[in-house]
Design a protein around this ligand. Structure first.
Ligand SMILES: [Zn+2]
Length: 344
């Protein structure tokens, strides 16, 4: 599956989250693409109401739907990839709660004007995202962009906004939205980045934000961080990603650093494939092996969409990891209910 990255000739550990940067360049940036050619019947089933606990969110699960979403994410497609020269941004909306306003239209070629002006399609995607993730849990989102890199490649991404590192943008490729299962998986995955890299978890480094190309500043900030350093800043000591890293990545980080030292793209992907193959039982997907940030986002998505694992692989433990946080168990219940309602 095609991925793009910018190689930064620095210590790989320090640049962990920049390793999946896309062609647009400067900002830490996370991307995900999934393909599926399969059609799956959708059914929903409602769990019995919890009569003894009227205060809890109503539990609603739809295993046929969630299994289909996970299967779509795990199934490589065979669709033709339409290569374009990186992402082309079409329009960026400001976001306030559920509302989109003040669209900024980029200059684009005439063949992209239809997609650029298709406001109802833009709003439909936003409505899907905003109906999945409760508003109070996505207050860090200040912008929503529509871009395209042609069919496939990057489906969606998140990045710090250019004006304020404590706010983020959600970005979706309008050419990749036709499969509701892939889109749902990817939106939950992207939210996993916001959940684990947002300003409450990883207070952003202004020095890095204001000097994105300055390797010395990056090195200083990373060196001064006693906790996990995802790139945007120093993770809080009790943050999800710091806990996750300490629990699951300490043993493999040295080997993973070697992968990231590969400068040539082909050699990098070959080394990453070998790293994944060696530790496949540690990751919920192959893409999760990319770095700790992708790993926690993928594991989060499986936490939301899978039943509680009964096995004891490290991949299972990564899903079980989230059950130690009551606020995430509650959020899972809410998102799952919204998935079932939106895809039934
Ligand atoms: Zn990602």
């Amino acid at each position: 599956m095609p991925r793009t990255r910018i190689f930064l000739s620095m210590i790989a550990l320090l640049f962990s989250s920049l390793a999946c940067a896309t062609l647009m360049g400067e900002d830490p940036y996370y991307d995900e693409t999934y393909y599926s050619d399969e059609e799956t019947e959708i059914l929903t089933e409602e769990a019995p109401p919890q009569e003894n606990d009227p205060g809890s969110p109503q539990s609603l699960t739809c295993p046929v739907v969630t299994d289909a979403i996970l299967e779509a994410a795990l199934t490589p497609g065979e669709s033709e990839t339409e290569e374009m020269d990186g992402e082309i941004y079409l329009v960026t909306y400001s976001v306030n709660g559920d509302e989109l306003f003040d669209p900024y239209y980029e200059d684009v070629s005439a063949d992209l004007e239809d997609e650029q002006m298709d406001e109802s399609a833009h709003r439909e995607i936003w409505d899907q995202f905003s109906s999945l993730i409760p508003a109070q849990h996505r207050s860090m989102i200040a912008e929503y962009s529509i871009f395209t890199d042609g069919a496939d490649n990057v489906l969606a991404a998140v990045a710090q906004t250019q004006s304020d590192p404590s706010t983020w943008s959600l970005q979706v490729d309008i050419a990749d939205i036709s499969d509701p299962y892939n889109l749902t998986f990817t939106l939950i995955h992207e939210y996993g980045h916001l959940l684990t890299l947002g300003p409450d978890q990883v207070p952003p480094s202004l020095a890095i934000f204001n000097n994105p190309e300055d390797e010395d500043i990056y090195f200083q900030e990373a060196s001064a961080c006693p906790n996990y350093f995802p790139g945007e800043g120093c993770a809080e000591a009790d943050s999800y990603i710091d806990d996750f890293y300490n629990e699951f990545w300490l043993d493999i980080s040295e080997e993973w650093n070697q992968v990231n030292l590969e400068e040539d793209d082909d050699a990098y992907y070959e080394a990453l494939d070998a790293f994944y193959a060696k530790y496949a039982d540690q990751f919920v997907t192959d893409y999760a092996a990319t770095n700790p940030e992708e790993d926690i986002a993928e594991s989060w998505t499986f936490f939301v969409l899978s039943p509680e694992p009964e096995g004891n692989t490290i991949a299972d433990q990564k899903i079980l990891f989230f059950y130690q946080y009551p606020e995430l168990v509650e959020l899972r219940t809410e998102i799952l209910k919204n998935v079932c309602v939106s895809l039934q």
